[in-house]
Design a protein around this ligand. Structure first.
Ligand SMILES: C[S@@+](CC[C@H](N)C(=O)[O-])C[C@H]1O[C@@H](n2cnc3c(N)ncnc32)[C@H](O)[C@@H]1O
Length: 824
C-alpha cells in the first residue's frame, strides 16, 4: 500500500487552470464522487493530517463554492482556509503562491522580512556598527544581473542619499549604508514596494549583524590574489547547495537552500532537511502528492502541444480516468535507511553566525546574501562519521595559518570538505547502526592555492593530514580513513570542474607515524561500494548515487520495467561509473554506456573488469555528441529515401532552434570535447577515437549482424537535474528501433519537460524553426519551452507514458527519484 492510500486522504484535486478543464470536468466529478468519504466521525484526526487543507479544492472553485464534501473536505475551500504545506510552500495555484512568485525573482522565495543574515566581509567591521544602529539596510529582490554600479546609479536616479552600497551580480540582495536616520527614513519610504527590473517588488529590510570575531589574517592573504569583485555568473547560486554533488544533479540541501534566504531562527536542519519534522510515512505521502501535481503537467502540456488536426493520443484521452495523470503513479518506494543514509556530503567552510570558523552547511542561499555556516550535527541525513570528520576539520581550521575562503571577495584558501563513504554489501548492512557499515572514507579538501607560498601550503597540508589521521584514530571505534585528496580550485563557486587538479596525500596507517608519508600527483585515490552484489570502484569526482541502498531499488525497478532479455541492446545514457548497465548486464545481450566525465568512464571500465562483466562498452563523450553515431552504428536500418530526406530537413530546422536555446539553459556542465572509447575486454587503457572513427569502425556488415542479434533496443536514461539535451531527445525520439525508454530523474520538472517532447504527436508538416531572433524562450517555463520544441520535432512516432514510480533516495528532503516507462 502506498503512502497516499495509507493516509486515508483522497487524491488531491487537479487544480485545472490550463486547457482541458472542460474535458476533465465530468470525469473529475465522477472521480470526486467516488473518492472515499472523509471520515466524518473523526474530523479532529483528519485535521491533524500534515496535508489537511494545503491544496485548494478545485471542485469548490469551479462550482462557485459548492463541494459535496462540505466542511469535511480535506481540501481548502478558498484562500482563507488554505494552509501552508509542510515544507512551507503554498499550493502553486493559490493567489498567495502567485503573489510570492511575482515578488520573488527567479522564484526565489525570499523570506527576508525578518532581516538578512550577513555574516561575512560584506558587512565589514566598520559597517557592523551601522547595522546595529539601523543605518544599514538590505535591499531584497534586486535583479541578479545588476552590478554595484547599476545599484548606485539606481539609487542616484531615485534621489536616495547614502554613504556606501554593496551588491554583487548573481545576488538578489544589496546593502546600503546611510549617514543619518533621516536618510534611512527617506530610502525606506521611496524604495520599499517599488517595482524594479521585470516588475519585481523591492523590499527594504534590516541587516542582522553578527559578532564577527576579528582575526587579522590579512597578512596571509596573497598580494596577487586579491581577486577583485569579479562578476559572479548567475549559476553561481549553485554554490549554495552544500550537499550537491559535482554533477550538480544531486538536489539535497538544494531543497530549501534554493528556496530562498534565511529568516531569523531558521536552523541548518530546517534548511537542509525541511521534512525532518514529519513522520517518514507523511514525508512519502507529501512527495507523492507533489509528484502527481508535476506529472499532470505532462498531460496538460502534451494536450496543448498536440498539433491542430492531429488526434489526441489515447493516453491523453484516458488521463481523465486517473485524475489527469499521464499514466498511473504506482507509488513511492521507501529508502531502506532513513537516517545517516548519505554516502557523500560536501561541507562548506566559512563562518558561523557567531563568527567562528565552521565546517558545515550554508544557512540559506548565497544569492540572497546568506553566507553563514552551521555545523551539520542536527541534519539526520548525514552520517555520524561525516559529522565527525567535519568537526575534526573545523577544529583544525581554528588554528590554521591559512584564511578561510571568502565568497564575497573570492579570496582565501580553505573552501570545502567532501566526505565520501564506501559501505558493506546490502545484505551485510545494519539498518539500525548504519555507521557500522561504513568501511572506507575518502576525504577531499578543496583549496585555492593561487598566490600562496608553496612551502607554507605544503606544511599546512602536512598539519591537516596529521589532524585527520589523529582525529580519526582518536574516535572509538576509530573512523575509517582510506584516502585524502586535495582539489585545487580557483573558480568563484565551489563547484569545480571534474578536471580541476587533484593531489593525493598518502595516509599513514600506523598510529605512531606523523600521518603523512608522501605527496603524489598521480591520482589513484578511490573508494569502493556495493550495488546488487557488484563491487564498484569510485574515483574522487565521479558521480555515485548518494543513497546506495535505495539506489539498488531504483536500478532494479528500472531493469524490471525495461523488458530486458538476451536479445536486448541496452543504452545506459549518462552512465556515471556504470552502475545501471553493469547491474543489468547479466539480463541483456549488450550494454552501451555513455558518460561525459572521463574518470567516471575509467571507473566504469574498471568496474566491468573487477566484476568479470564482458558485454559492456563505455563511451566517454557528451550524449548529445555521441548518441546519434552510436545508434547509427548499432542499429541503422536501410531507410527509405523519402524518410531520410524528411529527417535530414527536420534536423536542419531543429539545429537552428537548438543553437539559440542550447547556449543558455541546456549546457549540462563542463565541456568534454573529445571522445574516448573503451572496448571492454579488448583495450584496458581505452582507445582514443573521434566520432568519425566510431562510424568508420562500423562496417555495414557488422551493423547488420548487430541488428539481427538485438531485436529489442532499450534506453535507460539517468540525466543530471537539467535533463536531457534537446539533441539527445530528438535522436531517441526519431530512432524508430528504440521501442522502450526508461527515464530516471532526480528532477521531475525536467522529466516532464523532456517527456513533452518525447510524447507529443508530431505535425504532418514540421514547423520551421524561426528561433534565430526569438528571445522569448528566456522567460518560458521548461514545459513551455518543451512545447515549443515539440513543434519542430521531425515526424516520428511519439512515445506514450506507461507507468511511473518514485523511489525515495533523499529522506527528510522534498526530493526523490522518479522513474517513468515510455513505450511505443
Ligand atoms: C544522475 S547521474 C547518473 C549516473 C549513473 N547513472 C548512476 O546512477 O550512478 C548523471 C550523470 O550524467 C553525467 N552527464 C551529465 N551531462 C552529461 C552529458 N551531456 N552527456 C553524458 N553524460 C552526462 C554526469 O557526469 C553524471 O555522471
Amino acid at each position: 500500500m502506498d503512502a497516499l492510500e495509507s493516509s486515508g486522504l483522497p487524491n488531491p484535486p487537479e487544480n485545472v487552470s490550463e486547457s482541458g478543464a472542460a474535458e476533465t470536468n465530468q470525469s473529475e466529478k465522477r472521480k470526486r464522487e467516488s473518492d472515499p468519504e472523509p471520515d466524518q466521525a473523526a474530523p479532529q484526526q483528519k485535521q491533524q493530517h500534515p496535508l489537511w487543507k494545503t491544496s485548494l479544492c478545485s471542485y469548490f472553485r469551479r462550482s462557485d463554492g459548492l463541494c459535496s464534501h462540505g466542511d469535511s473536505c480535506c481540501y481548502a475551500h478558498g484562500e482563507a482556509e488554505l494552509k501552508p504545506r509542510p515544507d512551507n510552500t503554498w499550493d502553486p495555484t493559490s493567489e498567495r503562491a502567485k503573489k510570492i512568485a511575482k515578488t520573488e525573482p527567479d522564484n526565489a522565495k525570499s523570506e527576508a522580512e525578518g532581516g538578512v543574515m550577513m555574516t561575512d566581509a560584506f558587512v565589514a567591521a566598520a559597517e557592523e556598527e551601522s547595522c546595529s544602529s539601523g543605518l544599514s539596510k538590505c535591499l531584497v529582490n534586486l535583479p541578479m544581473k545588476w552590478s554595484l554600479d547599476k545599484l548606485r546609479s539606481f539609487l542616484n536616479e531615485q534621489g536616495i542619499l547614502f554613504k556606501s552600497a554593496k551588491k554583487k551580480r548573481g545576488m538578489v540582495v544589496g546593502f546600503v549604508t546611510f549617514e543619518s536616520a533621516a536618510q534611512v527614513k527617506t530610502a525606506v519610504e521611496e524604495l520599499d514596494g517599488k517595482s524594479v527590473g521585470n516588475n519585481w517588488t523591492l523590499k527594504v529590510t534590516d541587516v542582522i549583524p553578527r559578532s564577527f570575531e576579528k582575526k587579522n589574517k590579512t597578512a596571509l592573504l596573497p598580494q596577487t590574489t586579491q581577486q577583485s569583485e569579479k562578476p559572479a555568473p548567475v549559476s553561481d547560486s549553485s554554490d549554495m547547495t552544500e550537499l550537491k554533488n559535482d554533477q550538480g544533479d544531486d538536489p539535497i540541501d538544494g531543497t530549501l537552500a534554493l528556496d530562498g534566504s534565511v529568516s531569523k531562527g531558521r536552523s541548518v536542519r530546517d534548511v537542509v532537511t525541511p521534512l525532518a519534522h514529519m513522520a517518514y510515512a507523511d514525508q512519502l505521502e507529501h512527495k507523492k502528492n507533489s509528484l502527481m501535481q508535476t506529472l499532470k503537467r505532462l498531460t496538460r502540456n502534451a494536450r496543448k502541444a498536440c498539433p491542430n488536426g492531429v488526434s489526441l493520443p489515447e493516453w491523453i484521452l484516458k488521463s481523465r480516468e486517473i485524475g489527469g495523470l499521464p499514466c498511473k503513479l504506482e507509488g513511492i518506494l521507501e529508502s531502506p535507511l532513513v537516517d545517516g543514509y548519505r554516502n557523500k556530503c560536501e561541507f562548506s567552510v566559512g563562518y558561523s553566525l557567531q563568527g567562528r570558523p565552521t565546517v558545515g552547511f550554508l544557512l540559506g542561499n548565497f544569492r540572497d546574501g546568506v553566507t553563514a555556516i552551521e555545523e551539520p550535527v542536527d541534519c539526520p541525513n548525514v552520517s555520524r562519521v561525516a559529522c565527525k570528520y567535519a568537526a575534526i576539520f573545523q577544529e583544525f581550521l581554528q588554528h590554521s595559518a591559512m584564511p578561510i575562503w571568502n565568497r564575497l571577495n573570492n579570496t582565501g584558501f580553505w573552501r570545502q570538505l567532501t566526505v565520501r563513504e564506501g559501505r558493506t554489501p546490502c545484505e551485510a548492512a545494519d539498518v539500525d547502526n548504519p555507521d557500522a557499515s561504513i568501511l572506507e572514507v575518502m576525504l577531499m579538501v578543496q583549496v585555492c592555492t593561487k598566490g600562496f607560498d608553496d612551502g607554507l601550503v605544503k606544511s599546512e597540508f602536512e598539519r591537516m593530514a596529521q589532524a585527520f589521521t589523529m582525529g580519526a584514530a582518536g574516535e572509538c571505534p576509530p573512523l575509517p580513513l582510506t584516502a585524502l585528496v586535495i582539489q585545487d580550485h580557483t573558480g568563484i563557486s565551489n563547484v569545480a570542474s571534474p578536471d580541476a587538479p587533484l593531489q593525493s596525500v598518502s595516509i599513514s596507517k600506523k598510529e605512531s607515524d606523523s600521518g603523512l608519508q608522501t605527496y603524489s600527483d598521480v591520482v589513484e585515490p578511490r573508494i569502493h561500494d556495493y550495488i546488487n552484489n557488484l563491487w564498484f570502484s569510485i574515483s574522487p569526482t565521479a558521480f555515485f548515487q548518494v543513497n546506495t541502498l535505495a539506489a539498488e531499488k531504483l536500478y532494479s525497478l528500472a531493469g524490471d520495467w525495461a523488458g530486458l532479455g538476451p536479445d536486448t541492446l541496452l543504452f545506459d545514457v549518462c552512465c556515471g561509473t556504470g552502475t545501471i548497465g553493469l547491474t543489468l548486464a547479466h539480463r541483456v545481450g549488450m550494454v552501451v554506456g555513455i558518460e561525459m566525465n572521463a574518470s567516471a568512464i575509467t571507473d566504469a571500465q574498471r568496474n566491468a573488469e573487477m566484476n568479470g562483466i564482458d558485454n559492456c562498452r563505455f563511451v566517454c563523450g557528451k550524449a548529445e555528441d555521441v548518441m546519434g553515431s552510436l545508434l547509427k552504428e548499432y542499429l541503422s536500418l536501410p531507410q527509405k529515401q523519402d524518410e531520410t530526406d524528411t529527417l535530414q530537413r527536420s534536423e536542419d530546422e531543429m539545429k537552428s532552434a537548438e543553437e539559440t536555446i542550447d547556449s543558455a539553459d541546456c549546457a549540462p556542465g563542463p565541456e568534454v570535447s573529445y571522445c574516448l572509447e573503451h572496448e571492454n575486454g579488448r583495450s584496458p587503457n581505452g582507445i582514443s577515437v573521434d566520432e568519425s572513427q566510431i562510424q568508420k569502425n562500423c562496417t555495414s556488415q557488422n551493423r547488420n549482424t548487430m541488428m539481427q542479434q538485438f531485436k529489442n533496443v532499450v534506453a535507460i536514461v539517468d540525466p543530471p537535474r537539467v535533463g536531457l539535451h534537446p539533441t539527445v531527445i530528438k535522436v531517441l525520439r526519431t530512432h524508430s528501433r528504440l521501442s522502450r525508454l526508461v527515464y530516471i530523474s532526480c528532477n521531475p520538472e525536467s522529466l516532464v519537460a523532456n517527456s513533452i517532447e518525447l510524447c507529443t504527436p508530431s505535425a504532418d508538416k514540421t514547423e520551421k524553426g524561426n528561433n534565430k531572433n526569438n528571445r522569448g524562450w528566456r522567460n518560458m517555463s521548461s514545459a513551455g519551452l518543451a512545447r515549443h520544441r515539440a513543434k519542430s520535432m521531425p515526424n516520428s512516432e511519439p512515445f506514450k507514458p506507461v507507468k511511473a514510480m518514485a523511489v525515495d533516495l533523499f529522506p527528510h528532503t522534498s526530493h526523490c527519484e522518479l522513474v517513468m516507462l515510455l513505450e511505443r
